[in-house]
Design a protein around this ligand. Structure first.
Ligand SMILES: Nc1ncnc2c1ncn2[C@@H]1O[C@H](COP(=O)(O)OP(=O)(O)OP(=O)(O)O)[C@@H](O)[C@H]1O
Length: 271
């Protein structure tokens, strides 16, 4: 029988406490597109109910890593992912995992707002309906309203729910896409440069929203804006040429990074 020492038991409890605070964990993650390797052994923990920013020069692999977290890379035929990625300790690349369900738990908001060519209401109602999350119209109405409220859009659209989502401004469309992601009650929301197509006012609104959302959701955001990473995130991970250079508390990463490449990048010396 396997006897654990007292110290061993304490360590196990400490490890479990650590796992509880980590929502997603990447270990030795590699990605190849055909013969070309885009990620090299990335180890990165995503803490629960915090915002983790992925930064680094163009082509360093930020979006590739983000897409590994909900198996979005599965849609790219030449893409192969190696290493381990877990959600609440469970291997998301296990063949028994239902990818549709995984993507409901780990939702995604893209760079360019991409509402469906349907009404504002239908954009938000679509997910809960296909996942069978509501029993009747009243419940669906309730989910649509609460999702639009959480995305800070309700007041602007409540009198025009039947109008097309594509008729909204860019910033409103992006908040509609966030409402659509929220509607299926995800645990993690991945955002790939969600503000790059928005003006400064719409950007400020989305950033404010991200800050509110972290009370209930774990967020991972790819951004090219150092100001945005500093404003919205608690953790920052710096990538370079497919490697994770370093990661840590955002305050430290922006004031006293360990690696010169991070220092050079955040001060605009390369990238
Ligand atoms: N679908 C694809 N097919 C082939 N190569 C790809 C594909 N997507 C990305 N790559 C390559 O993988 C590497 C990492 O790209 P990725 O888009 O992850 O970087 P990034 O840091 O997000 O860049 P950016 O900041 O410009 O969006 C790049 O060399 C890129 O050319």
């Amino acid at each position: 029988m396997n006897m654990l020492t007292e110290a061993g038991v304490e360590q196990q409890i400490a490890d479990q406490a650590d796992i509880a605070a980590i929502k997603m964990r990447g270990k030795g993650v590699t990605v190849h597109y055909g013969d070309k390797q885009a990620l090299f052994g990335v180890d990165l923990d995503v803490p629960e109910k915090q915002v983790t920013a992925l930064i680094g020069p163009s082509g360093c692999g930020k979006s590739t890593f983000l897409r590994c977290l909900n198996r979005m890379n599965d849609t790219i035929a030449i893409c192969r992912v190696g290493g381990d990625i877990t959600l609440d300790g469970e291997d998301i690349y296990d063949p028994r995992i239902d990818v549709v369900e995984l993507r409901a738990r780990v939702g995604m908001v893209f760079q360019k707002p991409n509402p469906f060519p349907k009404s504002i209401y239908e954009n938000v109602a679509y997910g809960p309906r296909i996942h069978g999350l509501t029993r009747n119209k009243a419940e669906l109405d309730q989910v649509v309203e609460s999702s639009l409220r959480k995305a800070a859009l309700w007041d602007e659209v409540k009198d025009r729910l039947q109008e097309p989502g594509t008729g909204l401004s860019g910033g409103q469309q992006q908040r509609l896409c966030i409402a659509r992601a929220i509607a299926v009650s995800p645990e993690v929301i991945l955002m790939d440069e969600p503000c790059s197509a928005l003006d400064p006012i719409a950007t400020a609104k989305v950033e404010e929203l991200i800050d509110e959302l972290r009370q209930n959701y774990t967020i991972v955001i790819v951004t090219h804006s150092m100001q945005q990473a500093a404003r919205v995130s608690q953790r920052t991970a710096m990538f370079h040429l497919g490697y994770l250079v370093e990661e840590g508390a955002t305050d430290k990463m922006f004031t006293n990074p360990d690696d010169k490449r991070t220092q050079d990048y955040i001060t605009g010396r390369f990238g």
